[in-house]
Design a protein around this ligand. Sequence first.
Ligand code: ATP
Ligand code: MG
Ligand code: MG
Length: 554
Amino acid sequence: KPELPSNFIQNIITEDLKQNKNNGRVQTRFPPEPNGYLHIGHAKSICLNFGIARDNGGFCNLRFDDTNPSKEEVEYVDSIKADVQWLGFDWDDRMFYASDYFGRLYDYAVQLIKSGKAYVCDLSAQEIKDYRGTLTEPGRDSPYRNRSVEENLDLFERMQAGEFPDGSRVLRAKIDMASPNLNMRDPVLYRILRATHHRTGDKWCIYPMYDYAHPLSDSIEGVTHSICTMEFEDHRPLYDWVLDALELECHPQQIEFARLNLSSTVMSKRKLRILVEQGYVNGWDDPRMSTLSGLRRRGYTPEAIRDFCDRIGVAKSNSIVDIAMLEHCIREDLNARAPRVMAVLRPLKVVIDNYPENQVEELDAEYNQENPAMGSRKLPFSRVVYIEQEDFSENPPKKFFRLAPGREVRLKHAYIIKCERVVKDETTGEIIELHCTYDPETKSGVNADVRKVKGTLHWVSAAHAVTAEVRLYDHLFTKDNPEDAREGVDFKDCLNENSLEVLTDCLLEPGLAGALPGSRCQFLRHGYFIIDIEANENRLVFNRIVSLKDSWAK
Ligand code: ATP
Ligand code: MG
Ligand code: MG
């Protein structure tokens, strides 16, 4: 049996199980609204809800909270299913839609009306707001509050039959217009809305509100622990009121936890949609997005995201998690399993003058020095190679241990070379190529220890290299907290203009030709990369998942 995580929700469940509450059953649910793609914040909720079910011998339902037809689409339903599965969780045959309960929710509403606990109100949305009062002032009763049961039943039935225009009437709970909790001041339960629902079509023209549909959906499904984020703490009295007013046998316990906020990113579907629809990114799965489909395309593994969710833990106080922690998790995962290969992103030509023309050597090169089990490949070496432009300096600063005139470096898996001469473009002064000599006595794996040099560079053989496009990413936002409204800036004002850099003439070792989309590797000294879904047999495209430099301070 796996060790139980220690957090306050698990403690509640452990205690409930001890007392045989709910007959020892644990039932949770993950209830996304299909109005956008899932993001890393949802991953926290998925890991929590499915994790609790798994760890306590219970079940977790996937429930689409589809009570708001104007914003919901099948595309989102499909993407949510794919993302939950990709993260590694399985709902088996427990997938539900709140819209499946529309009939029962309607019947429950009739029951509330009959017991005098709900009424039809003709105030406009603005009037309802005005009547509600404020935190310091009690609200006022609606003039329609004391309609008879018969009149309410008749009006509600006619609302449902489509006799009244959108927005003209609502069904409200009759609770307490003086409650200190604004959510309890006769909240709206049903509204009239003519919108085609992605599942029920035009069958309904009244739709239940979240605060009414949610507790009832939980109860219908036999949920024992209804876990949600802190914003709903103030809604809990209403959650309980609905279930108590209907005297339902299954009364789940709502428990709130702090939502995940991540630095340098936004996490609300509304804002993510703006980024997509206004073209700031290239779709929901843009590798810079905090969506699960974006992270997947970027190259994140489900293991790294689950590890991240374990590490951040579950608590009640809101905070912003440093995105460096997420990056640390993927780095750690890939460090263990990604083969190390060589790619030159900004090539500089190097001619090795004393290496025989037309000679090609096949060098032995292990995929991971620290893990021989990963095996090795043969690397072609020849007279002309490419190194990284930034690995050469004509006037090297202090502590520059790479190549410079008259200096030596080792070419990884190959030989020590010495820079003899620099060739420049006569008009622009730009460095075109270097002429070097190699020392045949210094072959890696054979005579590697004859002489030590400080710098080791990655390289590719010019005659054998394959060309690729490489996409380098930076954070999408320049500020730690782009969602912080207090600073009076729109989140779009702090978009990072340099969040994407595309390099089209990168040169890679030949073994990477034909690698499939989704394959991951480490480019020595550059970081971890994945082959993008846009790649095909004629075109290599890599996304940088994360650089090698870890800025996460534990
Ligand atoms: P958003 O505000 O981003 O649109 P939401 O809460 O409206 O999110 P839902 O589809 O209703 O999105 O969320 C499904 C579940 O995921 C809910 O139980 C919600 O509490 C949880 N969830 C959403 N965002 C986060 C987050 N940032 N951290 C943890 N859980 C979250
Ligand atoms: Mg929601
Ligand atoms: Mg939302």
